[in-house]
Design a protein around this ligand. Structure first.
Ligand code: FNR
Length: 189
């Protein structure tokens, strides 16, 4: 058997008790054996400032870039902030995109899961994120789209699934993502 593809999971929320993080962890637990999902933390990244991007950039930037460069694929699990991408996640994307010509995102197969307690499932964040990913040459899974609404009712008090329909949908989403990662792996730089 070939070794599993390493997928870096970026969670767009920094708060303890984040619904997005809970969902990211659940996705990691139910992923097919051919995908190994690991959360890469973004909360310690200083705000991107080109003046700091010298031969010795801030250590958290260097660590983060190395982690993403070493993975085979990326998965974004994010809430929506004011109909867009949370600043912490946008910052991580910007950090990984530079220095110019050395973006760690280039060619990595990706997917987006947006998460909200509201009914629209973070549609705005999902598509603003896709806009950046087009520019960064991340081939993003088109279907199924994953706008996860009612996210405050996904899990019970013990952390188990309270919504079997969403669990089934996410199982199908992961199968499609697995095919997407395998199909696009050759382009990953
Ligand atoms: C929100 N929230 C929110 N929800 C939404 O569906 N659309 C939105 O535009 C916003 N905007 C927004 C801005 C800010 C600054 C905050 C803090 C929150 C609510 C948000 O979906 C909710 O707090 C989620 O629980 C956040 O995700 P995590 O932290 O649980 O992963």
């Amino acid at each position: 058997m070939t070794s599993p593809r390493n997928v870096a999971v970026l969670v767009g929320s920094l708060r303890q008790g984040s619904l997005s993080r809970q969902l990211a962890q659940a996705l990691a637990a139910m992923a097919p054996p051919s995908l190994r999902l690991t959360i890469v933390e973004i909360g310690d990244l200083p705000l991107y400032d080109p003046d700091l991007d010298t031969d010795s950039p801030p250590a958290p930037w260097a660590r983060f870039r190395e982690r993403i460069a070493g993975c085979d694929a990326v998965l974004f699990v994010t809430p929506e902030y004011n109909r867009s991408v949370p600043a912490a996640l946008k910052n991580a994307i910007d950090v990984g995109s530079r220095p110019y010509g050395h973006s760690v995102w280039n060619g990595k197969p990706g997917a987006v899961v947006s998460v909200s307690p509201g009914a629209m499932g973070g549609f705005g964040a999902n598509h603003h994120l896709r806009q950046s990913l087009v520019f960064l040459n991340v081939p993003v899974l088109q279907q199924p789209e994953a706008y996860i609404g009612g996210a405050d009712k996904l899990f019970d008090a013990q952390g188990g699934w309270a919504n079997p329909a969403t669990r089934e949908f996410l199982g199908r989403f992961l199968q499609a993502y697995e095919r997407w990662v395998q199909a696009n792996a050759a382009t990953a730089g």
